[in-house]
Structure formats: structure tokens, C-alpha cells
Ligand binder design. Structure first.
Ligand code: 5RP
Length: 245
């Protein structure tokens, strides 16, 4: 399976001084400020939200926050949240969340849309991010684009990959099967699906593109999240910029 490097709490602590200028750390840490006591919080996946998870755990440990419960968007965020002592609730035990903090592979500073799924967790992320009353994206300035043009991950039933590829090409996209980092075979998601990274060039009409991808037979979920983002925390060189959408 595809494994992203997420800093362990120990690594976060020991590298804290070394990475003071790290923009993702800044974005992730700052996004944790949206969490208030008593909230149920969606915990995103990736190297940026790892810092938010660590910050929430830290605040719970110091008493700055109380009665916060997390719902993890992936096994990685589940494990990290456990390590920093954030009480966790299963996704199937909740219907709504107060807020979700998640990362993105690309964001549009002028529109509430993002491309996600670089960590192959976009299906679970979409359920959680949509269930949340507010979605906060933690990111860095290098991921901005208007219009979005990042390839869109599409998870598909393994046996439908050939027809799904054809559907993507018929829609004007170029699909590439995602391989495991070890390159010894295709990457399977936590739910046993394959991922086609679908390059459409400029995504000029994200709502229509999202709807078209969702119609592909055998497609489980895609990583274009439209009309969902409320706020973006962007780590830049020595500060954090926020965009309210
Ligand atoms: C996982 C995701 C991640 O949030 C996205 O890939 C960003 O990760 P990172 O913060 O490590 O760049 O969508 O499916």
C-alpha cells in the first residue's frame, strides 16, 4: 500500500527547531486553532494535517482543549491521533462533525474547490469532509492554482480499470494507473481499489467535471472536492495566510 511519511510525535518534537521555517508545519499548526472544546473534528491525512493533529493532541494534553473527539480520515491519521492521545470515534458512529481539518494536493485561492487523494485516502476524506459543518484546508503556498490543473485521482474497482480508463479518455482526460512507491505493482487503496490519476489539464468547470467523474461505472470516488472548502490556512515563509471562502 501507498504509505506517506507522517512525522511521529517524537519526530515532530525533535525536529521542531530544525523546521521552524517549514511552511506545512505552519499551515497545519495554525489550522488547529479552529478547534474548540467540545468539538467533534475530522482529522485529515498527509504531512500537513499531521501537524494539526499533533497540535490538537498537545492542546488536549495541556488542558487548553477539553472534550474534543476526532474522526480519522485514514489509518495513518488514526495512528497519529492515538499517539497524541486524541479520543477517537468511528466514522459509522457519527452523522455530523463540527469541523474537518484536511490537506490538499492543490487548492484554488479564489474558489472552494480542492484536489485531494495524493495519499489515496480521498474516499474516506470526502465522507468526513462533507459531514463536517466546516472544512478547513491546511496547506502551503506552493499548491495554489487558478484554475485547478492537478490530475484527479479516481479510485475504481480493480476489474473495471480498463473500461474506467476508456471513460476518462472519452471525457477528455489522460488516466495513469498509480503505482505503489516500491514500484513493484499497482497501488491498492485501503478498500482494495486501484487509482487512476486523471489529467484533464485546466479544470475550468470543476462542478461539471466532478459530476462527470462520479458517473463513471465502477468508479468508487474521485478526489475533486467541489463547493466544500470554508477556510484555507496557508503556510508561507514566515507567517500564515488565511483565506475565507
Ligand atoms: C490524502 C490527501 C492529502 O491531504 C494531500 O495529499 C496532501 O498531503 P500533504 O499535506 O502531505 O501534501 O489528500 O489523500
Amino acid at each position: 500500500d501507498h504509505v506517506r511519511v507522517i512525522p511521529s510525535p517524537q519526530r515532530i518534537k525533535s525536529s521542531m527547531e530544525d523546521v521552524l521555517m517549514d511552511t506545512r508545519r505552519r499551515g497545519g499548526n495554525a489550522a488547529a486553532d479552529v478547534v474548540e472544546s467540545g468539538m467533534d473534528v475530522g482529522l485529515g491525512t498527509g504531512s500537513t494535517t499531521a501537524w494539526a493533529i499533533a497540535a490538537i493532541g498537545w492542546k488536549l494534553n495541556t488542558g487548553e482543549l477539553e472534550n474534543v473527539r476526532g474522526v480519522a480520515t485514514s489509518l495513518q491519521s488514526h495512528e497519529l491521533a492515538k499517539e497524541v492521545d486524541i479520543p477517537l470515534v468511528n466514522l459509522d458512529e457519527i452523522t455530523t462533525l463540527d469541523v474537518a481539518i484536511d490537506g490538499a494536493d492543490q487548492y484554488n485561492p479564489y474558489a472552494p474547490h480542492v484536489v485531494k487523494g495524493g495519499g489515496a485516502s480521498h474516499a474516506r476524506e470526502k465522507v468526513i469532509d462533507t459531514a463536517a459543518e466546516r472544512l478547513v484546508i491546511a496547506t502551503d503556498e506552493n499548491k495554489a492554482a487558478d484554475p485547478l490543473d492537478h490530475p484527479i485521482p479516481l479510485s475504481v474497482l480493480p476489474e473495471s480499470r480498463t473500461v474506467a480508463k476508456q471513460w476518462v479518455m472519452d471525457q477528455g482526460g489522460e488516466p495513469s494507473l498509480r503505482y505503489a512507491e516500491t514500484k513493484d505493482g499497482p497501488l491498492f487503496t485501503a478498500n482494495g481499489n486501484l487509482i487512476l490519476d486523471c489529467d484533464f489539464g485546466n479544470i475550468d468547470e470543476p462542478v461539471e467535471r466532478a459530476e462527470a467523474l462520479a458517473r463513471i461505472p465502477g468508479a468508487q470516488e474521485h478526489g475533486l472536492f467541489v463547493d466544500l472548502v470554508d477556510k484555507i490556512y496557508i503556510g508561507i515563509e514566515d507567517e500564515v495566510e488565511t483565506i475565507q471562502l
